[in-house]
Design a binder for this molecule. Structure first.
Ligand SMILES: NC(=O)c1ccc[n+]([C@@H]2O[C@H](COP(=O)([O-])OP(=O)(O)OC[C@H]3O[C@@H](n4cnc5c(N)ncnc54)[C@H](OP(=O)(O)O)[C@@H]3O)[C@@H](O)[C@H]2O)c1
Length: 326
């Protein structure tokens, strides 16, 4: 298995770094550890970093800009537009052309860069024609503000249509042992059309690393408290799913997180998992998954162990799922 993945005209390490939780989502962000993690990740060879205008409503992009401005040439930078802070202060979906343009200008300022290498539509806005959303991103490419366009949480017909308007470099959707939706045709479409598939939440938001054994460990405001799989009722029922991971981790003398990532890497040469962490030690552990090769038999055992029918609870609340195509 190659450690390198193609992403448009770049070659990147097969595991990237998700930066979201350094400012938003799980637990309380720790600025000092975030700075250490970002520098350590680049030192370890991570060269594909993922953020979004949404994360911390700009704080995550600011963090990357402030900490890594001088190391900008060392990594491919991905960010996203289309999910913004609404008038009520909460997240809202808006990918009108003028909003995409304004968000991109702000992202460039926050990230302290003159060009974002990969800019995703965080969600397709069903109130705006797709032609206008992709057309606006294509104009940003022409103006040199972004280099490539990506989509997130989309189904094949949308990727196909968008790709006919402007080449799509990457699709980013949730994909992990316990979230298999992209196996419904999206993975194959990407593979057959030279589109990188970026797997977000590849560690099941910590569950697959064995890091979420009890809902009582979540700080107030932790997003997982809103996710049915992590409810007080469902989490205990999901814990036995970890058994096959534990078995293979023992065989390979590695961590559960490394097995979960090795499984994703084994699913295709176009797949790039972006595990998120606030801890330098976890960034080091996660990239170590590149050393683990699972046999066809082991892949199959893990596939079956996590048969989607065995997972209790949806991955998101109904309101959030309504903004996604997959
Ligand atoms: N496009 C989208 O809509 C979308 C949605 C969600 C996420 N994303 C992107 O995907 C990235 C990754 O997803 P994610 O952060 O949601 O989920 P994830 O990568 O599946 O899991 C992150 C969680 O796992 C823990 N963790 C990481 N490595 C670990 C290890 N080796 N051992 C034990 N625990 C470990 C982290 O805690 P510690 O901090 O303690 O390590 C964190 O709580 C995000 O950063 C973001 O860039 C995109």
């Amino acid at each position: 298995m190659s450690e390198i993945r193609r992403l448009a005209d770049y070659e990147v390490k097969a595991i990237g770094l998700g930066c979201m939780s350094m400012s938003h989502a799980y637990g309380i962000p720790n600025r000092i550890e975030a700075e250490r993690t970002l520098h350590r990740a680049l030192d370890l060879g991570y060269d594909f970093l993922d953020t979004a205008a949404l994360y911390g409503f700009g704080k995550n992009e600011q963090l990357l800009g402030e900490v890594l401005e001088k190391r900008r040439q060392e990594y491919v930078l991905a960010s996203k537009c289309g999910l913004i802070r609404g008038p009520d202060g909460k997240r809202s979906l808006n990918a009108k052309p003028e909003v995409i343009i304004k968000t991109c200008e702000k992202s460039l300022r926050n990230l302290r860069t003159d060009c974002i290498d990969l800019y995703y539509l965080h969600r397709v806005d069903t109130n705006v024609p797709l032609e206008d959303q992709i057309g606006t991103l294509a104009r940003l490419v022409e103006e040199g503000k972004i280099k490539h366009i990506g989509l997130s949480e989309v189904a094949v017909p949308t990727i196909e249509k968008a790709h006919s308007i402007h080449p799509i470099a990457a699709v980013q959707s949730e994909y992990s042992l316990w979230t298999r939706n992209p196996e419904n045709g999206v993975l194959d479409y990407c593979k057959n059309n030279g589109i990188a598939f970026v797997a977000f939440s590849p560690l099941g938001r910590g569950f697959l690393a064995g890091a979420t054994l009890d809902t009582r460990s979540f700080a107030s405001g932790d997003l997982r408290l809103t996710m049915p799989r992590f409810s007080e009722e469902n989490l205990p029922k999901n814990l036995p799913l970890l058994e096959p991971l534990k078995k293979h981790a023992a065989v390979h003398n590695c961590s559960l997180a490394q097995i979960a990532l090795a499984w994703l890497l084994g699913k295709g040469q176009h797949i790039i998992p972006i595990p998120g962490t606030q801890q330098a030690g976890h960034a080091e552990e996660n990239v170590g998954a590149l050393e683990i090769k699972l046999s066809a038999q082991e892949m199959l055992e893990l596939d079956n162990g996590f048969n989607p029918g065995k997972v209790q609870g949806e991955r998101y609340s109904a309101a959030v799922l309504a903004t996604m195509e997959t």
